[in-house]
Design a protein around this ligand. Structure first.
Ligand SMILES: *Cc1c(COP(=O)(O)O)cnc(C)c1O
Length: 493
């Protein structure tokens, strides 16, 4: 292909469109074919493989001033990028809380980038697609149909927006104008000690300070102790502070624990506090008939954060926040400078100005992949996949419990299994070190990728199942590999 900077004939002006559309079109077809093959055959490759030193060094090049043919750049992609990815497409990737994406999601992202609209606002169809997705999310969680919402990059930003609205609603003074010092009172928020770190980032960014986030102890199921919560709120009030929000965890990151969401709703209601739920992945279990009742409290939240790139299996990045009170949502973020005037007609018309509901002004068309997934799979099918993952967690937990050399380290509420390799007759062995070593070997072998955590001061391998490609035989293989590697590590010590 010709370099893109070649001027258009006669005018001396140029563009970034290809000189030769046919050859770029051909390259595009090649890319689509290659990526489909990559996805179709993912099971045949290692889950993860180390990035070679030469490849790492290849990404320390000087700024390219001149052009390189797209074919050559794509060849480098295929050789240096494609093989060394994280591995989260793979059926045996269970680290952290990861999504796998889908072939359809890949195509949707291509279409979205192709038409490349900006969803900051205005009267163009993409905004109506986003509203449709938000409305479907509300319906999916049995929220009222006048609920407000916004698609965001993920759970972290969803939590930030939820707590920002809580601050507006409950501060008791005009925070936007006066800042958090304006009320001359310490605002406090409450969640369990198992809360996600993004909630701490959110309170820090909101100027409330980490100390404002009260961490309430959990019970033996890693669920918040509601009595301790009440006591903490009363103590803070007696000390002159102003509690503003209760935060519920619908699926903690460590163990998948689900707080008693109805009891938390009762506390928030009785004390007139905002009720935010971080349901990054766990909220989606509302789609699994066997789990729905456990999550009935979702319906009572004032704000709900959840991801569509985790347990809705979409490609990164897409999460959402829903706010029960549309007016409060808008009041927290809306600003209309002259250059963003909303018109009565034309492209600046319409009433869908998503820039007034969050931090971003320019916003991409992430709604498209959600809209296509909702329609192509249907919510029932996604619910069956989630149900399948929950059943797989039960299957793995039972296999761990049955094995004499494996020990489970937390109850399985939902989709996360934490366990370790241990020989009970050898209490003096450093089992943390053994398990860390065996986990590294397991990951580096490419056989499987769990992650790790610490539970009650013990190192735990942590298997998070939000993977639509996993089968029961993958968990059988995991148990075999863990025991084999554990035996090997012990033999070498
Ligand atoms: C992943 C996660 C988050 C953060 O979401 P991102 O999409 O990574 O920004 C927040 N809370 C919980 C419980 C999570 O699992």
């Amino acid at each position: 292909m010709e370099p893109a900077e070649r001027p258009l004939a006669g005018t001396g002006e140029g563009s970034l469109d290809p000189e030769d559309w046919d050859s770029l079109r051909q390259l595009g077809h090649q890319m689509v074919d290659d990526m489909f093959e990559h996805m179709r055959t993912v099971r045949e490759r290692p889950v993860w493989r180390p990035v070679p030193a030469d490849t790492k060094a290849g990404f320390r090049q000087p700024l390219p001033m001149g052009a390189t043919p797209a074919e050559d750049v794509y060849r480098d992609f295929a050789a240096e990028i494609l093989p060394y990815s994280l591995g989260n497409l793979h059926p045996r990737f269970w680290g952290w809380v990861m999504g796998n994406g889908t072939p359809l999601g890949m195509l949707a992202d291509m279409l979205a980038a192709g038409i490349n609209p900006n969803l900051g606002g205005g009267d163009h169809v993409a905004n109506y697609v986003e509203r449709q997705v938000i409305d479907w999310c509300a319906e999916m969680f049995d929220w009222p149909d006048d609920s407000s919402g916004l698609l965001v990059s993920g759970g972290s930003v969803a939590n930030l927006i939820g707590l920002a609205v809580a601050r507006t609603a409950e501060a008791g003074f005009d925070v936007r104008s006066l800042g958090v010092r304006g009320g001359d009172v310490q605002l406090t928020l409450y969640g369990s000690s198992e809360m996600h770190s993004s909630l701490q980032k959110a309170v820090e960014l909101l100027g409330l300070g980490d100390q404002a986030l009260r961490r309430i102890p959990v019970d033996e199921h890693f669920r918040i102790d509601v009595q301790a919560l009440e006591t903490a709120i009363e103590q803070d009030m007696a000390a002159g502070m102003r509690p503003i929000a209760v935060i519920g965890c619908a699926g903690t990151t460590n163990t998948g624990a689900v707080d008693p969401l109805e009891s938390l709703a009762d506390v928030a209601e009785r004390r007139g506090l905002w009720y935010h739920i971080d349901g990054a992945f766990g909220a989606l279990a509302y789609l699994a008939p066997s789990f729905r009742e456990r999550l009935s409290g979702l319906r009572r939240a004032d704000s709900l954060a959840f991801d569509l790139h985790k347990w809705f299996y979409l490609p990164f990045e897409i999460g959402a926040v829903m706010i029960a009170d549309e007016e409060l949502h808008r009041r927290t973020f809306s600003l209309q400078p002259d250059y963003l005037e909303h018109g009565d007609r034309g492209p600046s018309g319409g009433d869908l100005w998503y820039g007034d509901y969050g931090i971003q002004l320019s916003r991409g068309f992430r709604a498209l992949k959600a809209w296509m997934a909702f329609r192509t799979y249907g919510v029932d099918r996604v619910g069956r996949m989630i149900e399948q993952n929950i059943a797989q967690a039960g299957y793995l937990a039972a296999a761990v419990d049955d094995h004499p050399l494996l020990e489970r380290l937390a109850p399985v509420d939902l989709n996360i299994v934490c366990f370790r390799y241990v020989r009970p007759e050898q209490p003096d062995t450093d089992w943390d070190a053994v398990n860390q070593e065996l986990l590294f070997r397991l990951q580096e072998s490419g056989a499987a990728v769990p992650s790790s955590t610490h539970l009650q001061d013990r190192f735990a391998m942590r298997v998070n199942i939000t993977n639509h490609r996993s089968t029961r035989s993958d968990f059988d293989a995991l148990v075999r590999d863990v025991v084999r590697l554990g035996d090997a590590v012990i033999a070498e010590m």
